[in-house]
Write a protein that binds this ligand. Structure first.
Ligand code: TRP
Length: 339
């Protein structure tokens, strides 16, 4: 068996990761989580809560613990099915860190220095951890550890995926075929979900406004209120024009992603109608979309021991793949076996 049983197999295994930071919002759901859920029927999927990546910037221990458990609860509630997929916490599988070291000796300083995310996150900081610089190598280890061929991510991760491929190709060239060279799977025109108060910015729990961000677990009344008070304009027409009408366009994108219908269809539907009616409809469809997730979340959140059990099981299944993969890597590199 080459690697972890995935090498050369036609049906690509899927791997993706998500950081346990910030309250997840509807942009995270429509842009990532929903695709994770949908992917489960077609592929073998491995999804990872990347707590090791979170400590590349300072984070409070109690908050990290709470955020990790609460993100797991949310993902199960959103429809990640532990019977179909593996959902686990990165730190429960120490092989991620071990492989990251081997890949550290494959990646170069020059490559990492070119990463725009590192430049953005480190810019203007007084003190930057080595971990933040090394973040993309740990990310490469995440995927290569499972020989995943397909990595669903947002546009912002394209450069990390390119680096991951370069690392895999270089390692394979040096030591013989070991890793599947993964491909990014980036949604073609991933709906741009914007802040409802500052519609020229992406919706974000860290960089956006509280009023303009729709958190997934938010009370329906608050969701309604936030959508009704979304910024629009004074010309009264429901038309998609990001430059001239960023607010209305943002609401159209949101409604289009939530309902799964095109923007021209929405424009036709709302011809001659007012912003009030339109916003009512957007609010109703957002609330309807989130209702089942919120109901399942309430149930699961009442039983954290069950969530922990599911995560333990996820980690066991991840280890079944990760342990032999790292053994194969160690042998390729030429380490003397310990026994
Ligand atoms: N860096 C990714 C992000 O911020 C998260 C991530 C970590 C990831 N490891 C991964 C994504 C492996 C895909 C594959 O979104």
């Amino acid at each position: 068996m080459a690697g972890a049983g995935g090498y050369g197999s036609r049906m690509a295994r899927v791997f993706s990761g998500i950081q346990p930071t910030g309250d997840k919002h509807i942009g995270n759901y429509l842009g990532a989580i929903r695709h994770w859920v949908d992917g489960q029927d077609e592929h073998e999927c491995i999804y990872c809560i990347v707590d090791l990546h979170s400590i590349t910037v300072p984070v409070d221990p109690a908050q990290l613990r709470q955020a990790t458990l609460s993100l797991a609860t949310l993902l199960f509630a959103a429809g990640i099915d532990p019977e179909k997929s593996i959902l686990f916490v990165q730190g429960h599988v120490p092989q991620h860190m071990e492989l990251a070291w081997y890949l550290n000796c494959t990646a170069t300083m020059g490559e990492l220095r070119r990463m725009t995310q590192f430049k953005d996150k480190s810019g203007g900081q007084e003190s930057v951890s080595v971990g933040l610089f090394d973040y993309p190598v740990l990310q490469a280890a995440d995927v290569l550890l499972y020989n995943a061929g397909r990595v669903p991510v947002g546009e912002d991760q394209r450069q990390h995926l390119e680096l991951m491929r370069d690392i895999a190709i270089r390692f394979n060239g040096r030591y013989g075929d070991t890793f599947v060279v993964p491909e990014a799977s980036i949604p073609p025109v991933g709906a741009r979900i914007v802040d409802l108060q500052e519609p020229t910015k992406k919706m974000s729990t860290t960089g956006g406004t509280e009023q303009g961000t729709l958190a997934l677990l938010e009370d329906p009344k608050r969701l309604q209120k936030k959508i009704m008070s979304a910024v629009t304009d004074s010309d009264g027409e429901i038309r998609y024009d990001v430059e001239a009408k960023p607010g209305v366009s943002g609401l159209l994108s949101l409604q289009s992603a939530v309902e799964g219908i095109t923007i021209p269809e929405l424009e036709a539907r709302y011809q001659g109608k007012g912003y009030g009616d339109f916003k009512q409809d957007v609010a109703a469809s957002v609330i309807e979309l989130l209702a089942p997730l919120q109901a399942r979340h309430a149930e699961l959140a009442a039983d954290p021991a069950e969530v922990e059990r599911l995560l333990r099981r996820g980690a066991e299944r991840a280890l079944e793949i990760a342990v032999p993969q790292v053994e194969a890597v160690r042998e390729r590199i030429g380490f003397l076996p310990a026994v």
